[in-house]
Design a protein around this ligand. Structure first.
Ligand SMILES: [Zn+2]
Length: 310
C-alpha cells in the first residue's frame, strides 16, 4: 500500500499517521513533544518519530513511505521548508524540510502551518468537502484561521493569511500577545472564555467547558460571558464575510466542542449583523484534533503529484 508520513507537532504533543493517497489513515501514533527539554531536543524527537514511522510503514506495507508532511505552529516559509519562528517551541529559522529529508533517506518533505493544514484537511475530507470557498476558524488557546479556495489554502504573500484571531473587534479592548488590543482571540478563544468565566464565577479553576455547562443550566452570569464571546466571534466572522464571501464557515477547536450551545447563538448573531452580505453556513469542524496531521499527509501527497506533473 502506497503511503506517506503525516506529522503534526503541537506545543505538548505530536500526532502522526501513515496516510494513503485517498486521505484514509492507515496507522496512527502519538508522542509527547517534550518542549521542556529545549528546541534542539524537540527537533531530535521529531526526527526520531518520523524515522520510527518510516520503519512502521516498511513493516506493515513492505515499502518505505513515498513522502512526508509535517505541520508546525508559528511562522512558516512553506516554499523553502523553513520553520521561521515558533514562540511555542523556541524555533528560529529551522530548516525542517532539509533535516527531515536527510533523516528519511531523501524522500520529499512538505512543511505546513498547523492551522492551515487542518483547514486543508477539513476542506478536502471534512466539513468543507465539496465547498469551493470556506473559512476555517480554530478556537483554542488562541484563534487562527485558514482561507479555503477550491481544495487549497490561501496562505497570503508572507504566510499570515487567515489570521482572523488578530482582527480587532473591540478597539482598546484586552491586550493581545501580538501587541495590539481587542483582537478577536482575546475575547473568543477557549482561553479567553475560561479566563472570563473564572473571573465571573469566582472559581479560578473554571474553564470554557464549565462555562458552556453553566450556560446550558441557565446561569445568567455564564450567559453574559458566553454572549460576549459569541458577539465578538460574530463580529469577526462578518468582517471575514465582507472580505472573502465564503459559502461556509467551519468552526473547530476546543470551544466548538460546546456544540449547539455555541452554534445556535453564533448563527443568530452572525445573521443579525449581515446587511448586504449573503449568510454563510456556520458548521462544526469534523476532523477534531487529527485535522492538522491529516492535512500534513495531504500536503505530502500534493508534493508527489506536483513532481509527477513537473
Ligand atoms: Zn492580536
Amino acid at each position: 500500500m502506497k503511503h506517506v508520513i503525516a506529522l503534526d507537532v503541537g506545543g505538548t504533543g505530536m500526532k502522526a499517521a501513515l496516510v494513503a493517497q485517498d486521505g484514509s489513515v492507515l496507522f496512527e501514533a502519538r508522542r509527547p513533544t517534550g518542549r521542556e527539554h529545549g528546541p534542539d531536543a524537540v527537533v531530535a524527537t521529531i526526527l526520531d518519530f518520523a524515522a520510527d514511522l518510516a520503519q512502521e510503514g516498511r513493516t506493515r506495507f513492505g515499502a518505505a513511505p513515498l513522502a512526508a508532511g509535517v505541520a508546525v505552529p508559528g511562522t512558516i516559509d512553506e516554499k523553502n521548508g523553513i520553520a521561521v519562528f515558533s514562540a511555542n517551541l523556541g524555533w528560529r529559522d529551522l530548516p525542517m524540510r532539509k533535516l527531515l529529508g536527510e533523516r528519511l533517506g531523501g524522500v520529499p518533505v512538505a512543511l505546513g502551518h498547523d492551522v492551515r493544514s487542518g483547514g486543508l484537511a477539513e476542506g478536502r475530507v471534512g466539513a468543507g468537502q465539496g465547498v469551493g470557498r470556506f473559512l476555517f476558524i480554530a478556537l483554542g488557546t488562541g484563534i487562527a484561521g485558514a482561507i479555503g479556495i477550491d481544495g487549497t489554502i490561501e496562505a497570503g504573500a508572507h504566510g499570515y493569511g487567515g489570521e482572523i484571531g488578530h482582527v480587532v473587534v473591540r478597539p482598546g479592548g484586552p491586550q493581545c500577545g501580538c501587541g495590539a488590543r481587542g483582537c478577536l482571540e482575546t475575547l473568543a478563544s477557549a482561553s479567553a472564555v475560561s479566563r472570563a468565566w473564572a473571573d465571573a464565577s469566582g472559581d479560578p479553576e473554571a474553564d470554557a467547558a464549565a462555562c458552556a455547562a453553566a450556560v446550558d443550566a441557565g446561569d445568567p452570569r455564564a450567559l453574559a460571558v458566553w454572549q460576549d464571546a459569541v458577539d465578538a466571534l460574530a463580529d469577526g466572522i462578518v468582517l471575514a464575510q465582507s472580505l472573502l464571501d465564503p459559502s461556509t464557515v467551519i468552526v473547530g477547536g476546543g470551544l466548538a466542542e460546546a456544540g449547539d450551545t455555541l452554534f445556535t447563538p453564533l448563527r443568530a448573531a452572525v445573521t443579525e449583523r449581515l446587511t448586504f452580505q449573503m449568510p454563510p453556513k456556520v458548521v462544526p469542524a469534523m476532523l477534531k484534533d487529527t485535522a492538522a496531521s491529516l492535512g500534513a499527509g495531504l500536503l505530502a501527497w500534493d508534493l508527489l503529484s506536483m513532481e509527477v506533473t513537473a
